[in-house]
Design a protein around this ligand. Sequence first.
Ligand code: ASP
Length: 290
Amino acid sequence: MTPTIIVHGGAKTITDDKVAANNAGCTAAVEAGWAVLISGGTAAEAVEAAIRVLEADQTFNASLGATLNSDGEVELDAAIMEGSLSWGAVAAVQGIRHPISIARQIMDDKPRLLVARGAERFAADNGAEMCKKEDLIAEEQLEQWKEDQKVIDRPNTVGCVALDASGILAAGTSTGGTTKQQQGRVGDTALVGCGLYADNKIGGCSTTGDGESIIPVVLAKTAIDFLSGDRHPDEAAQMAIDALASKVKGEAGCILIDRQGRVGWAYNSSHMACAYMTVGQDKVAAFTQK
Ligand code: ASP
């Protein structure tokens, strides 16, 4: 099988001064995941490695640098799914530096979706990198929140899909949710079928955008279904975004890898940060517009 990895840094508007940071962040994430894949690691390990890079980068709305909720606090959601239909997710958590790693840790056991205090307790008891909840607040986010500035480059989840050498697919997502969201709000990011989906027989998908619009059209599973009949992932991704736009309002994007290792992506926002790597490429391809 052809190892392949694609990441996104969110469907959003990217101003000129943020293009370089978005490209650099997505490239670094792909490089981290690619290093795992080419050293024989699994797709889930690669997805976790890539998303950890994005979670640590203030450019993106995930963990450090996440958008602040109505109370001025960071609340995080993340999920991961393997093409064997194994999955794990956390929602509305605070003080966890890498929610994607907790999601991966609970993939094989029940319960597989943990929220708020229960997830935080699980993380602390299982060796996660914990921090004060304030430590994840970035200066730029705080300023925007205080001044009630018009935020033009949010919301956006980060996400990743990977295919490993043994043909296993995995998809993951991580987010701080939407700007000034009500405390306790959870969008699509933690929900299998909406924010992410992976099936080794078909493909993997990670989505980004307006959770309240993504959830009712089950966007990730919809995109995977469009891969049937060997449709190219680029076409399937566009069909999924078109299906969303025909039914609900809201910005969204998705990235796809099919079981052959072909990549595709589509979005109806003005930009979507994205990067990918596969066998035969001499370097990571990164871009903020298609
Ligand atoms: N999908 C996320 C949500 O609705 C927002 C985002 O894309 O960051 O929570």
